[in-house]
Structure formats: structure tokens, C-alpha cells
Design a protein around this ligand. Structure first.
Ligand SMILES: [Zn+2]
Ligand SMILES: [Zn+2]
Length: 369
């Protein structure tokens, strides 16, 4: 909740009708926070209610990422998080949760249910830490079609625990011509479990699908697209190629915001799918990706973060991701000052995206859809 909600409420009570000026200035604000190729996306409703999707990285990045989330929450005037959705049990999505909860109270914890990809650190967290965190609040297991209560918004779960929404959302249900081009991809056990969340504010629509894989994108968006079109497509699974099949073209996003790392996500195949998405006006990136190189990247103006040791020139050619394992060279590091990408959406469907590193912002006028 925001501190000023109480004050606002008092003002609303004292005035017979809030001015049109005040109404049109109210925005849904979305903070896409840099957690180094993990995820942390914060929604703050016009009335100051909050929804956080994921809490950044585990291990050495946990305190860094928790503090980056707190910085965005403070900028939004929050003193607590109303709902935290953990999309799935990978360390780049739940990793900063305990550190965040120690800094900012969290009221409701939502997830897809038990971990289906055994891993000692995760299973340990779920047995020993998580129950203590939600004991102070509420725990909900998400199912497709569930709503997250936020006044003035429609927040609907579209996927969870491998199940996807079967009934189209209002505006959804049309055939998706991109399904003809579907090619299945690789995956692990937890990514397909991801909680996907669809959010509308008036005529503004956005969706965050966690790390939902190509197969699940297909189940959700084919043969009919149960989501419909969105203004902003959030996350894109860090821009990695186990997600982002061509069926996402059915979402017809005007803007995509990719939560990629310096060497995670953004390879040529994914970039080609995103750039060829019909109606896409802009892609915004959390970082430059070495996997895309200059050949596949957006202008720096649309990239939120630099490196701790900035390179003098951006390599033109993409590099192949080094094979994972103890011998893999480290990705370029970014532990210093981090910047979020902010989306401010109005009920008429118009929205502004701002790169807080360079203050570049662009307003996308409302369109009929
Ligand atoms: Zn960064
Ligand atoms: Zn991830």
C-alpha cells in the first residue's frame, strides 16, 4: 500500500467529485527491474496496490536484487508488497525473496505449487524458508482463470503448473495464423510450470508469461489465441530460445520489454522472431546482449543498463553462448548502479515507456483494437 492512499482517500471524501484532471493523470505503473537476467516486475495500480512478479536471483545476487526491488518500490511510494507471484522455482525468479521480505513486508504469496525439478537449494528453500515467509501473510496456489484482486485492474492468471487458460479472455479467442509456423523447442521441467499473468487497466493490456516454454505458448495461443492482443509484452523469458516461438506474434504487442542478461537471451533466432512481430513498434532491453551483438540489438537509447566496465565499442557479430559448466567464462558483470524500465499506462490505452538510465521516454498513443 502507498502511504498517500490514506491522504488521497481523505481528499476524495472531502470533495464531492474528483476532478477530471486527477482521473486522467492516474496511471498503472510497471517497473521492469534489472535483476541480471532474472525476473522482477512490479505493478503499482492507480490506487497504490502492488503486485510483484518474481524476486530476482539467489546466492550472491540475492541482496543486490532485493535492494534493487526495494529501490523501485520506494520510488513508487510503497511500504509493502500486496501480492508476490513467483512464476516458478528457478533461482533467478525466487532467489531474492527472503532478502526482500526482510526489507519490505509481503502480504500474499502466490505460486504454481510444488517444485517439479528437484534441486537441493530450491527444495531446501521450499521446506525451510518459504513456509516461514508466508506464515506472516497468505499463501495461494494459482490456477488459470484465478484473479488477483487489485482495485481498478483486471489481473487474471493465464497459466500455472502446466495448465493454460481454456476459456478465451474478453477480446481473445480468434484463430492465430502464426500457429502454422510453430516449431517445438527444448525445455526443462520448471519453466513450463510458470504462472502467467494478464493485466488490464481500462483499455491498456499487458501480459507476463514467466518462463513459459514454446510448447506452452502453443497450448495457450493455438489454434485460437485465448489472450487476444496486448499493448506491452513483458519479460519474454529473458529472450532465450526455449521460448519465443513465432506463435507469440498472435499477441500483436506494440512494445516488448525483454528482461535479458548481458549473456542470457537475445540470440539471433529470438531477435528475428521479435523484430518480425506484426505491429511491433519498439523492443526495449534490460541489457545489451553479447549473444545478439550489434547486428541484432536495439539502439542503446532503448537499453536500460550498462556494464560495470563499459566496453569502448559494441561488438557487431553475435557470439555463441559458451557451454555451461565450471569452465564457462563469466558473463560481463553488472553489480553497480542499475536502472529499471518504467511503463506508465492510462485507462484510455495510451502508455509511456521510460528508460531511467538516460531518461529517454516515448509515448504510445491509444489505438483502436
Ligand atoms: Zn544489469
Ligand atoms: Zn528465468
Amino acid at each position: 500500500m502507498r502511504l498517500w492512499v490514506v491522504a488521497l482517500f481523505a481528499v476524495a471524501l472531502s470533495a464531492s467529485s474528483p476532478s477530471a484532471q486527477t482521473n486522467s493523470a492516474r496511471t498503472l505503473d510497471i517497473y521492469v527491474i534489472d535483476v541480471e537476467g532474472g525476473n522482477a516486475t512490479l505493478f503499482v495500480s492507480p490506487m497504490g496496490e502492488s503486485l510483484l512478479i518474481d524476486s530476482g536471483n539467489a546466492g550472491a545476487g540475492a541482496v543486490r536484487d532485493a535492494e534493487r526491488i526495494v529501490a523501485a518500490a520506494k520510488a513508487a511510494g510503497l511500504t509493502s508488497i500486496d501480492t508476490l507471484i513467483t512464476t516458478h522455482w528457478h533461482g533467478d525468479h525466487y532467489g531474492g525473496m527472503a532478502e526482500l521480505a526482510a526489507r519490505l513486508p509481503i502480504r500474499t504469496f502466490m505460486d504454481h505449487g510444488p517444485n517439479v525439478q528437484p534441486a537441493s537449494a530450491t527444495d531446501d528453500f521450499l521446506q525451510k524458508v518459504y513456509p516461514q515467509l508466508y506464515a506472516k501473510g497468505q499463501h495461494r496456489v494459482a490456477k488459470p482463470g484465478d484473479k488477483v484482486p487489485m482495485a481498478g485492474l483486471n489481473v487474471t492468471i493465464v497459466s500455472s503448473a502446466g495448465e493454460v487458460l481454456r476459456t478465451p479472455l474478453p477480446g481473445g479467442g480468434s484463430p492465430n495464423p502464426s500457429c502454422a509456423n510453430f516449431k517445438p523447442g527444448q525445455g526443462n521441467a520448471e519453466d513450463p510450470m510458470s504462472v502467467g499473468t494478464y493485466v488490464t487497466y481500462g483499455r491498456f493490456r499487458t501480459v507476463h508469461l514467466g518462463d513459459l516454454t514454446k510448447q506452452k505458448e502453443f497450448e495457450l495461443l493455438c489454434p485460437s489465441n485465448r489472450i487476444g492482443v496486448v499493448d506491452v509484452f513483458l519479460g519474454l523469458h529473458h529472450g532465450v530460445d526455449s521460448s519465443n516461438s513465432e506463435v507469440i506474434h498472435g499477441l500483436h504487442p506494440r512494445v516488448a520489454i525483454m528482461n535479458n542478461g548481458t549473456r542470457k537471451g537475445g540470440p539471433p533466432d529470438v531477435m528475428k522472431v521479435v523484430f518480425s512481430s506484426p505491429g511491433l513498434e519498439d523492443l526495449w532491453q534490460m541489457h545489451f546482449s553479447q549473444l545478439g551483438g550489434q547486428e541484432y540489438t536495439v539502439p542503446g537509447l532503448f537499453i536500460a543498463n550498462l556494464l560495470d566496465e563499459p566496453s569502448t565499442a559494441m561488438p557487431i557479430a553475435p557470439i555463441a553462448a559458451p557451454p555451461p559448466g565450471p569452465g564457462a567464462p563469466p558473463a560481463p558483470v553488472h553489480n553497480g548502479q542499475a536502472f529499471w524500465i518504467k511503463v506508465s499506462a492510462k485507462a484510455d490505452g495510451s502508455f509511456t515507456v521510460t528508460n531511467t538510465r538516460n531518461q529517454f521516454s516515448k509515448t504510445y498513443a491509444a489505438v483502436s483494437k
